[in-house]
Design a protein around this ligand. Structure first.
Ligand code: ATP
Ligand code: MG
Length: 291
């Protein structure tokens, strides 16, 4: 490149930097139109809601699995969802994460991100992490490698091959290891962990991506009592730093972690309140006992 071209390039850079300063100082387009460009890392929670579903319905072969479902969650909240088998709990998570498209209704992440405009990988990128019931850790990789791998997802092949943790990521990995109670098993192979530890590792893999909202479907199913207690501690630590939606059938676990409990039945909200309140609700007793 000739010195002349270099000089011209430098001038262009300086000019565009000056234009950016002027447009901000004069209250130009950016200021006038509010948030023009949606930063993928930014979720607008000024209205006090991180997740907002309104009148959502979906049918499978004429059967309404979700029926005019409306629900919202505050930032940092740990919301528990209960309901009988077939109530639509997993289908609701499928809709939030883009796995299933609803026939009607709105699904918003914060007040500006219309999730129905995004596909599954894009929704994960926006900061919604999902944990399915069955653990899916890489059995032949160590705990450390599994967590490290979680940072590489969504990167290109070349970027992944030369990927190296920076100091911020190393600190994050150490923090996550501690949070998921696996600091003593860092070199252990995923396949040698207990069922509960695999579940924690998978939660850790989600945490490595620092999700704003975490959806967890039956996280303590198959865990020992001790593992369930430790999972409750883990969720209480995550509350506030992340927003969580937890679907569970284990009522003593729900009792330990819950503030507000939403009861789903036949694809819509049947009741909502503290666990004591919903358990005393005649309609809830009826659907659980089938009276
Ligand atoms: N892809 C699908 N095709 C057809 N029917 C489906 C599909 N997904 C879910 N359903 C039906 O929708 C209803 C709700 O299912 P869903 O799995 O959401 O219930 P759930 O509340 O998660 O139940 P559980 O507590 O047993 O996990 C069920 O009757 C189920 O058979
Ligand atoms: Mg389910």
């Amino acid at each position: 490149m000739t010195p002349d071209l270099l000089k011209k390039g430098a001038e262009r850079v300086a000019r565009s930097a000056q234009q950016r300063v002027e447009s901000t100082e004069s209250g130009g387009r950016n200021a006038g139109y509010g948030r023009v460009v949606q930063d993928a890392n930014e979720v607008d929670v000024t209205h006090g809601r991180i997740l907002y579903l309104e009148d959502v319905s979906v049918s499978f072969d004429g059967f309404k699995a979700i029926n005019k479902l409306s629900l919202d969650i505050a930032p940092g909240e740990l919301r528990c969802i209960i309901g009988p088998n077939g109530a639509g709990k997993t289908t609701m998570m499928d809709i939030i994460t883009g796995k299933t498209r609803p026939d009607e209704g709105s699904v918003f992440f914060g007040s500006t991100i219309d999730l129905l405009r995004y596909n599954e990988p894009e929704i994960a990128q926006l900061g919604i992490g999902r944990k399915f019931q069955k653990p899916t850790v890489f059995e032949h990789l160590s705990v450390f490698e599994n967590l490290e791998l979680a940072l590489k997802t969504n990167k290109g092949i070349k970027a992944s091959m030369f990927f190296k943790l920076d100091s911020r990521q190393s600190d994050r990995l150490a923090e996550v290891l501690h949070t998921i109670h696996l600091a003593d098993s860092v070199s252990k192979q995923g396949g040698l962990l207990s069922h509960g530890q695999k579940q924690w590792l998978e939660i850790g893999m989600l945490l490595m991506q620092d999700p704003k909202l975490l959806l967890l479907d039956e996280p303590v199913a198959g865990m020992t009592d001790h593992e369930t207690e430790r999972t409750a501690e883990l969720f209480l630590t995550l509350k506030g730093k992340h927003s969580l939606m937890v679907v569970e059938h284990d009522m003593s676990f729900i009792r330990t972690i819950s503030d507000i409990v939403t009861v789903l039945c036949d694809g819509s909200v049947l009741a909502q309140g503290t666990l004591d309140q919903v358990q005393a609700d005649e309609r809830v007793i009826e659907v659980y006992l089938g009276r």
